[in-house]
Design a protein around this ligand. Sequence first.
Ligand SMILES: Cc1cc2nc3c(=O)[nH]c(=O)nc-3n(C[C@H](O)[C@H](O)[C@H](O)COP(=O)(O)OP(=O)(O)OC[C@H]3O[C@@H](n4cnc5c(N)ncnc54)[C@H](O)[C@@H]3O)c2cc1C
Length: 623
Amino acid sequence: MSGTASLVIVGAGPRGTGFLERLAAALPELYGDRPLDLHLVDPYPPGPGRIWRTAQSPLLWMNSMAEDVTVFTDDTVRLEGPVRPGPTLAAWSGTDGRRFAPRPEQGAYLRWAYERARDALPATVTLHEHRTTALRVDGPREGRQRVWLADRAAPLPADLVVLTLGHLDAEPDAEQRELAGFAERHGLVHVPPGHTADLDLSALPAGEPVLVRGFGLAFVDLMVLLTEGRGGRYEGTADAPVYVPSGKEPVLYVGSRRGVPYHSKLGYALDGERPPLPRFFGPDRVAALLGRDGPLDFRRDVWPHVSHELGWAHYHRLFTAHPERTTGDWAGFAAAWAAAAPGGPGAHDLAGLVAAAVPDPADRFDPDALDHPLDGLRVPDADALQDVLRDYVTADLRRRHDPAHSPDAAVFAAVLSVYGQLVRLGDRIDTDGWWHGFFSYLASGPPGPRLRRLLALSEAGTVRFLGPRLTVEADERHGVFRASSPAVPGAVTEARALVEARLPAPTVTGTASPLLRGLYEDGARATPGGLLAVDPADGRILQRDGRPHPRRIALGPHTTARAGGGFTRPRTGGLAFAQNDAAARAALAFLRDHARRPAAPARTLVPVPAPQRRTEEHHGPHQ
Ligand SMILES: Cc1cc2nc3c(=O)[nH]c(=O)nc-3n(C[C@H](O)[C@H](O)[C@H](O)COP(=O)(O)OP(=O)(O)OC[C@H]3O[C@@H](n4cnc5c(N)ncnc54)[C@H](O)[C@@H]3O)c2cc1C
């Protein structure tokens, strides 16, 4: 066996590419000119990977503006390695920075970034691209690991493994199995949670009602593929589009717990004085939480502080940018707000403080109302509900594009700041439940144009709203799905098709990835919510015995190093970049110190030309 050290990266999407970029940046300093075999395993093309592959419908868009997307570091990122600046998606594509790029375009940008990282590797690195799936990692804790691939009998030897597996499919849970069985017994259609771009939607017939459970980004993808994707088009103006059906679309009846779509993306940037963050939820608060004994509960132990931080950002902005809508001065309010921190002397009268200082309730930060926008709603019939929802979406679009409501943008900035702090809590806290849902609903909603089109589809009758607290029943007697909401007492919608419009939950026990499940069975630790627990310092997988695994690193949405889950905005500290940097440096230091050393090269006095770095490709099915 060769003495060359071997590093295997499984998953070559944005996160695997980001890791590679940091590896190339740090390699000369930390690893010198030692030889390295670098294996990159992914059935999809490296760079875009699965989610951003260029071979997918251009009707699917990013939900971030092109100027807000970068995969390159800048001097705001906490790095030990060198900054390697690069263009945003907008600068790279030379297009309007405020547009929402089609996903294949982002895929091309990621491919370009991948090639740049690959080309930055020194000639001493031999890169092997394996277009296949990794099935299992095993090997002794203190020795070389083995990575078993789907397309070859012998495993890849690995001194270190990096798992950037991203968004994975899940096995159906008990409820989904029941619904699938029900659908099969009655000849109905049931589409379980999945990646919308990968689903076979051909079973949803034209003109037929389809119940859709979930009103987030998976719904938006579904809506696009079943309308424009089936030949429908928009006339009118961008601000007031009118849908012209093709006649091939089903009728989408959509509802969810909240009953409303995620909030529109903000249509303006935060100018002027930025909220001073972090203020109440920074490193000190995190240290205090880490110092507590016993398990931490997000809603009980963390949320009061997070909520206080979000409110702080909101009111800072209101007082500094829109003082005419407040009474008193900022300094006085800020002092009172500080005293009203959870457990503080003024905590009992937070509501009174706000009511006195902010006359208009629309200017107050009310996270409960935000989380339950239709609570208590009762309307006489389904048609009345359609009007309520259209008014809600119209008002949301107006507010989210109006800088007069810039405290909303300050809250968005605070949400990102909070996310950056939460990852320091590692696996002491589960952020995957309510918080991640609230975060996505508030800060990761659809582009404005998508919501305008949703309104047009509603006007055309192609989309019908079902309301909040949606329940779906499997009616065995009549062989149909039945949906209802307490907002429309007595109304029941029947359909022969049900789509679960949401991503599969990323849990180590429910995952359809044998690789991830195998890691867990092999002793990896998970949060109560099922995320793979990793050391916040360098991404090493934590074992149930408390020790980090020296030879296994994991980063990304299936781990506690998930970094907010989206692409980085330029000049915002790029948490994922910092995590990638720390992990790449730890990996190189480990390989340098612990991998098998190659036999000392024979010394020669004759200079030889530097070898060209080799890249070997092993192709699989997905191009
Ligand atoms: C549908 C969708 C849309 C999104 N849109 C946006 C957006 O508009 N803006 C934004 O900021 N964020 C968005 N996100 C957030 C998303 O988290 C990031 O954009 C990004 O995709 C995460 O990168 P990743 O590399 O961690 O995961 P992924 O993109 O999922 O990449 C992981 C890669 O690992 C590979 N892999 C997994 N298991 C194995 C295995 N066993 N063997 C070999 N290879 C394996 C997969 O094939 C895949 O290529 C979106 C997410 C989804 C799911």
